[in-house]
Write a protein that binds this ligand. Structure first.
Ligand code: ATP
Length: 306
């Protein structure tokens, strides 16, 4: 739910009361980490690949903590450029944050900020904490490696390292795949007015073997598309084939796919994340560690357009 009527429209304020679905050890450890962190006041850094559930877990932590009576504010360091600019300005006094005193604030994707801005964020966080607003940070890039390569600000690194919660990718939490699939089948049955009951054994095998580079959002999309295609009681291999880049004949039982297909998936996911504007493409190229010119060549080759 997005709560409107706030002073700063750049802030996304969400009430996160959604269920956390999964049974894996990795997810249970992350939930346990949140429960423990909820009893403390330290800032928490959520680390994990894209769409692994970092924000969902931060929402759970917030709800379990003594800050839960006030909102959790979400600031996206990639998308909320104006807000970030305002918040990081040296003169920012956080007065606009007064009404959120006692709540929490979540900065999504802090590692995408330039080194200078990371340091400004560290200074802003000191002011924010004075307003008794608890800080959460997230990154889909490994900030420890970035720090070693001097690509992450030392002050923000020390701040973020106080309490870390790692959220493993879906391919390392295979026990979560089928429960999530069942959950989304239920969601889309309602939405599409269908009554699909589950997956064929072969379709289950395919989904369990897949690497899920886009994690839970990708799973959601794949199930959504498969359910649009299926008029049967179960989702089968042929409803998944085109979307997972596998051949209808060969199946996909070994978690292998053509490298080019994997490259296309990664390019698409980077552009969906950063956007197709010039700035978005520059960021996508940086995240993929390729030059902008190479990115343009690949976009042409795979015919990737918004
Ligand atoms: N364990 C889970 N149970 C139910 N839904 C989940 C789970 N994990 C993720 N989701 C859903 O997947 C989507 C992505 O989750 P979320 O935004 O929390 O991921 P994230 O890691 O913060 O993403 P990003 O990398 O884009 O910042 C959301 O719709 C979320 O509700």
């Amino acid at each position: 739910m997005i709560v409107g009527g706030i002073d700063m429209p750049m802030f996304l304020v969400r009430s996160l009361s959604q269920d956390i679905i999964g049974e894996s050890k990795g997810l249970r450890q992350a939930v346990e980490g949140c429960r423990k962190a909820a009893k403390e006041n330290a800032p928490v850094m959520f680390q994990g690949e894209v769409s692994t559930g970092k924000l969902l877990l931060a929402g759970f932590l917030h709800k379990e903590s003594k800050h839960s009576r006030q909102p959790l504010l979400v600031v996206d360091c990639i998308k909320d450029e104006d807000m970030i600019h305002e918040l990081l300005a040296p003169g920012f006094e956080c007065k606009q944050l007064d009404r959120y005193e006692g709540g929490s604030i979540y900065f999504r994707e802090v590692a995408t900020l330039s080194l200078g801005k990371q340091n400004q964020l560290y200074k802003a966080l000191e002011k924010i904490e004075k307003r008794k607003i608890r800080a959460f940070l997230s990154s889909s890039q490994n900030i420890h490696l970035m720090r070693m390569e001097k690509a992450f600000d030392p002050d923000l690194y020390d701040y973020a390292s106080q309490w870390e919660i790692a959220v493993p990718p879906l391919r390392q939490r295979k026990e979560d795949i089928l429960p999530l699939v069942r959950h989304y089948i239920g969601v889309f049955n309602l939405k599409l007015r269908k009554s699909i009951q589950g997956l064929t054994p072969q379709a289950e095998e395919i989904l369990l073997a897949y690497r899920w580079p886009g994690n839970v959002d990708e799973l959601k999309q794949i199930i959504n598309r498969a359910m649009h295609l299926s008029n049967e009681s179960h989702i089968s291999q042929r409803h998944l084939s085109d979307n997972l880049g596998i051949s209808k004949e060969d199946g996909f039982s070994h978690g292998v796919m053509p490298l080019e297909r994997m490259e296309e998936i990664l390019l698409r996911s980077a552009l969906e994340r950063y956007g197709f504007t010039l700035e978005g493409k520059k960021r996508a190229a940086r995240a993929l560690n390729i030059s902008l010119a190479t990115l343009y060549n690949k976009l042409k080759r795979y015919n990737l357009n918004p």
